[in-house]
Design a protein around this ligand. Structure first.
Ligand code: SF4
Length: 484
């Protein structure tokens, strides 16, 4: 770049990219611009006011009508729109003092650049999305993998420093973009090797191979037997709850035994764990109960007459969501024949469905905040780490409580639906940018070597703004479910 062109531009030093930005233009991350020869943050500083209704917002031009000075604990200056401390030798953009129940409380506010970050995605579905360890792609690039299944959900681990920095430039760029969109609650299509294509959006139902998932299962097959055994007694001779993990059989299950359920001579394929609980009755898939079967009778071996099988014996087979069900009667040869579901049993199938929760995608942002940004809080960074670990310093992201992992460092996780809309940004290094606040008493802040001289009141911030501008938006809190 020629000297003359560069003289017309000014340098943004809010991240290592150090863009030179011409007047009226914005930098590579769309978050900073040159306004009349000054670098400003393009988004306003977000202040949360718990007295406002969820979704209620006070626009910048109405600030004069808004009284934050009397608000105490109700008003919280979040990191959203605050700017970064990069390169971190200086105090954080805002170090805010508030009086809460007679105690002077400090909140250190910034937008942190996270080179070490990713998301843990929980997808409520029984449908098999892919084997544990299978790679997950977005836009053709590997961005993560399938991790352990949880109870009624399948989990993905996406991003992380290996994908952001350890692969090709394209892998890092696409990973950063997928993380950014997931964290900002946008829909992202993910392709699981050897498995499904799933559209994930925080707070919304997953879409698996084009089908929107409706229900999260009521429990595993064994748990379903435990919950509903007594409601089936007297209405049907046998019940099998088909589940890829633990298929339940009521006549053998402990719940059935306690109810003196009669033997039926049923025999289930797969590996018997304990009475009435079977593993691996079929392969994983998108059929009944997360198995690959379309016909549930394929998991049955021939019935045993000497163990109670008889012509006319009735059988209900149902999946863990109630989505699949079938009713059968044994014929003279002890072969189940499909029959209409009696009305008396329909209520129990409906009850399974009723007890299922709506299927959702959950996105937790997971990141390490133990790096140089701590210098924006204190001149002695390890004291911040120790203060967080001692629970003297409370960590939030955009006002949402963060879970901090025990052990070394400040490794946090936060539910993105609890954060204000548009909380996340990125820099092309690549890394994500997320709001981060450390809150502690002023006495503790001084004790850990905090930048006490940089402490300001909310009123002062409203009047004078900060290094990157003075625009403010005041919004109501985020409620469960993600609505502001
Ligand atoms: S990428 Fe953004 S934060 Fe980084 S220097 Fe450019 S404008 Fe500033």
């Amino acid at each position: 770049m020629s000297k003359r062109i560069r003289e017309d531009k000014i340098r943004c030093d809010a991240c290592p990219v150090m863009c030179y930005i011409a007047d009226g233009r914005i930098g590579a991350c769309d978050r900073y611009g040159n306004v009349g020869g000054k670098i400003v943050r393009c988004d306003p500083l977000t202040i949360l006011d718990r007295r406002l209704e969820a979704g209620g917002a006070v626009c910048a031009f109405l600030q004069s009508d808004w009284d934050g000075s009397l608000a105490g604990d109700d008003v919280f200056v979040s990191g959203v729109g605050s700017g970064t401390t990069y390169p971190d030798y200086k105090p954080a953009p805002f170090i805010v003092s508030r009086e809460v129940e007679g105690v002077d409380v400090i909140t250190v506010v910034s937008e942190a650049i996270f080179s070490y970050c990713g998301v843990k995605v929980k997808i409520d579905t029984d449908r098999h999305l892919g084997h544990e360890g299978a790679v997950v792609r977005a836009g053709g690039e590997v961005v993560g993998h399938v991790t352990t299944s949880e109870y009624g959900s399948q989990m993905l681990s996406l991003g992380g420093v290996d994908h952001l920095t350890g692969g090709s430039k394209a892998e890092g760029r696409v990973t950063c973009d997928a993380l950014l969109r997931l964290c900002n609650r946008e829909a992202v299509e993910l392709c699981i090797e050897g498995g499904a294509v799933v559209i994930v959006q925080a707070g919304q139902a997953p879409i698996v191979d084009g089908v929107r998932e409706e229900r999260m299962r009521v429990g595993c097959g064994s748990a379903t037997i435990g919950m509903f055994a007594s409601q089936w007694q007297g209405l049907v001779d046998e019940v099998v709850v088909v589940d890829d993990h633990i298929t339940g059989v009521v006549s053998e299950h402990q719940a059935g035994k306690v109810l003196n359920w009669a033997d039926t001579g049923i025999r289930i394929k797969g590996r018997r764990s304990t009475p009435g609980r079977y593993f691996q009755v079929a392969g994983p898939g998108k059929g009944w109960g997360g198995t690959d079967i379309k016909d549930p009778l394929t998991i049955l071996n021939p019935w045993l007459e000497k163990k109670g099988a008889r012509p006319g014996l009735t059988l209900l087979m149902v999946s863990t969501t109630g989505e699949h069900h079938g009713y059968y009667v044994l014929d003279e040869g002890l072969v189940p024949q499909a029959a209409p579901l009696p009305d008396a049993l329909r209520a129990s199938v409906d009850l399974i469905a009723e007890n299922c929760e709506p299927a959702l995608c959950t996105v937790l942002f997971a990141a390490g905040a133990g790096g140089s940004l701590r210098s924006g809080v204190t001149k002695n960074p390890v004291k911040l780490t120790r203060s967080v670990q001692a629970l003297k310093t409370h960590v939030t992201c955009g006002g949402a409580p963060a879970y901090v992992w025990p052990g070394g460092g400040i490794t946090l996780m936060v539910d993105v639906t609890q954060m204000p809309e548009g909380s996340f940004g990125y820099v092309p290094t690549p890394a994500l940018v997320a709001p981060l606040e450390f809150t502690l008493s002023r006495d503790d802040y001084r004790a850990l070597g905090g930048h006490d001289g940089a402490v300001r009141s909310v009123a002062d911030i409203l009047e004078h703004g900060g290094e990157y501008g003075a625009e403010v938006r005041i919004v109501g809190p985020v409620r469960d479910g993600g609505d502001e």
